[in-house]
Unconditional design. Structure first.
Length: 215
């Protein structure tokens, strides 16, 4: 075999060697598996009936009125508790403005008594379990009010709409009654400066979800 032939075979062998190495690098077995996950959030849907503010005219010290608000959970998640936000404006009956001091005095004279209808034998209905003036309620945070109502429940073990929660869905358990008595406190002294006043109250009920849990 001549020198040229030997060189040619050597080159061919070298090329073949590279080709084998390259094939070993890219030739492999493979397999794949695909998993699809879905995370769908639920809903809290709290409604209140009636939605119109309580309208009472010609109040005088000592007067009161009982009112019931139906709180309903139309969502898919249970409501752990309901926070109550209090806001109001005070004017004269002709809608003219009043001083901040007079507005506070009138709001402090209007008391809210939280009632519970126990339905238990021997215990009267509409028991007063907690009371605050509208001024005090406005100045409290909803969380602070909830904490105080939770303490009331611990002491008495009575059902309280704002702290017992509301189940989701249809049926009786999806609706809870929030009962209160609005009362114009009689101080036992002349309260002439509180004549001819009007307070427009806005209550906002905020449903809070149950604690998170392993799913």
């Amino acid at each position: 075999m001549g020198i040229k032939q030997k060189l040619g075979l050597g080159v061919a062998s070298a090329v073949l060697g590279v080709s084998l190495i390259g094939g070993g690098t890219y030739a492999y077995f493979s397999d794949t598996a695909v998993q699809t996950n879905t995370f769908a959030s639920g809903t809290l849907d709290l409604s209140v009936d009636p939605t119109v503010n309580v309208q009472v005219a010609n109040l005088k010290p000592g007067d009161w009125t009982n009112k019931t608000f139906d709180l309903k959970n139309d969502g898919t998640l249970d409501i752990k508790k309901v926070l109550l936000h209090t806001a109001y404006t005070v004017t004269k009956n002709d809608n003219s403005s009043v001083t901040n001091a007079l507005a506070n005095q009138y709001a402090d004279a209007l008391e809210v008594e939280f009632l519970v209808n126990t339905g238990e034998s021997g215990i009267p209905n509409n028991v007063v379990v907690y009371k605050k003036s509208l001024l005090e309620l406005r100045n409290m945070t909803p969380d602070d009010l909830a904490k105080e109502l939770e303490l009331v429940k611990v002491r008495h073990s009575w059902k309280l709409a704002l702290v017992d929660g509301i189940e989701a869905g249809e049926g009786q358990n999806a609706t809870d009654e929030f009962k209160v008595k609005f009362k114009f406190k009689d101080s036992g002294e002349a309260q002439n400066e509180l004549q001819d006043l009007k307070l427009n109250l806005q209550w906002t009920f905020e449903g809070i979800q149950e604690d998170g849990e392993e799913r």
